[in-house]
Design a protein around this ligand. Structure first.
Ligand SMILES: Cc1cc2nc3c(=O)[nH]c(=O)nc-3n(C[C@H](O)[C@H](O)[C@H](O)COP(=O)(O)O)c2cc1C
Length: 322
């Protein structure tokens, strides 16, 4: 028996819930050497910026226990090159593409959205809110509901109605549900979480910070419980809003936790660095787990851990008596 793995982000249907995480598969070409990208639920691009960016000085990656610290600094060719070379390559192949954007001002996010609005091949836009607001002392947009909402409203107002706008949230905030609500009230059709919490590591040989940028974003298995907690809290507050759960997913069981917490899709990032096939493996493992637990549809498992005690067991009983 196969499980119906389809899922929806707003009105956009994905054939399965597994996507890449922004910044971990560039714009897809490298990953396409390993497998057919049509097998992904969607490809999420790295965050596209207005101008080309060289990124931060090296070293910009450091391994930590059960994780990875990075301070890449949105390295990329800028929106012109993205629209000329990267997006057409994806569009010509009909690959579901969620374009991530990053900016330093509300006007920059809006200008990026305007550039993408008429470009063929944009399935959805994911707004990376973990960027410093250069008009407000570098305070990260995602840490303040008001600033995050302003960005989302500006992007929503210029995107075509049929292109969902996804707000990507950060975990290191006092009240993630409040930021999520502000984004949804401002027009976000879906949410994605979590971006990297800020971490730091010190090299005990050089006696200096391991990263040139001193602090960096933590990713990998270390942050899965943080992602599960954030998805849980936001799904409790906004049960009707589609969530892409991201953070530390290495296996189908990890993805299943995020689904049970309330995510309807799951992003895979750091796992791709040592296993380019991770998305396919995780999708297969998730489907096997769902089947083994008696689910016929992925949709029936979304947020199931929130249901009153006994209802999950009842679900299993009903399914197994079929
Ligand atoms: C090297 C690297 C680059 C990243 N670049 C971006 C990016 O451009 N935009 C973004 O929204 N998130 C970016 N992220 C965050 C990931 O999309 C993801 O939210 C985070 O790493 C947690 O997932 P993971 O533990 O599966 O990696 C990056 C993460 C890493 C490790």
């Amino acid at each position: 028996m196969s499980v119906d793995m389809r899922t929806f982000l707003g009105h956009v249907e994905l054939a399965n819930p597994i996507t890449t995480a922004a910044g971990c598969a560039a714009s897809g070409r490298e990953l396409a050497q390993f497998f057919d990208l049509h097998r992904l639920g969607a490809l999420v691009t790295r965050s596209i910026t207005m101008a080309p960016r060289a990124g931060r000085p090296t070293p910009r990656m450091a391994e930590t226990p059960a994780g990875l610290l990075n301070a890449v600094g949105l390295q990329g060719p800028g929106v012109d090159a993205f629209l000329e070379r990267e997006l057409p390559w994806l569009a010509q192949r009909g690959i579901k593409t969620i374009v991530s954007i990053g900016g330093g001002t509300v006007a920059e996010y809006a200008a990026l959205a305007r550039r993408l609005a008429d470009a063929p091949g944009v399935t959805a836009v994911e707004v990376n809110l973990s960027c410093p607001n250069i008009e407000d002392r570098g305070r990260v947009f995602a840490r303040e509901g008001g600033a995050a909402a302003e960005v989302i409203a500006s992007v929503r107002s210029v995107m075509r109605y049929d292109v969902p706008v996804i707000a990507k949230l950060a975990p290191d905030v006092a009240d993630i549900a409040a930021v999520a609500r502000a984004c949804v009230d401002a027009g976000a059709d879906a949410l994605s979480m979590i971006n990297n919490p800020l971490g730091m590591s010190i090299d005990t040989v050089t006696l200096k910070p391991a990263l040139a940028a001193v602090t960096g974003g933590l990713s990998g298995p270390a942050i899965l419980p943080l992602a599960v907690r954030c998805v849980w809290q936001v799904h409790s507050a906004l049960p009707g809003t589609p969530i892409i759960g991201v953070g530390g997913v290495m296996t189908g069981a990890d993805a299943f936790q995020l689904i049970l917490a309330g995510a309807c899709a799951v992003g895979v990032g750091t796992a791709l660095f040592h296993d380019p096939y991770a998305c396919l493996r995780i999708e297969r493992e998730l489907e096997d787990l769902l089947r083994a637990r008696g689910f016929q549809r992925l949709a029936d498992a979304v947020g199931l851990a929130h249901r009153p005690p006994g209802s999950a067991a009842r679900h299993l009983h009903e399914e197994s008596s079929l």
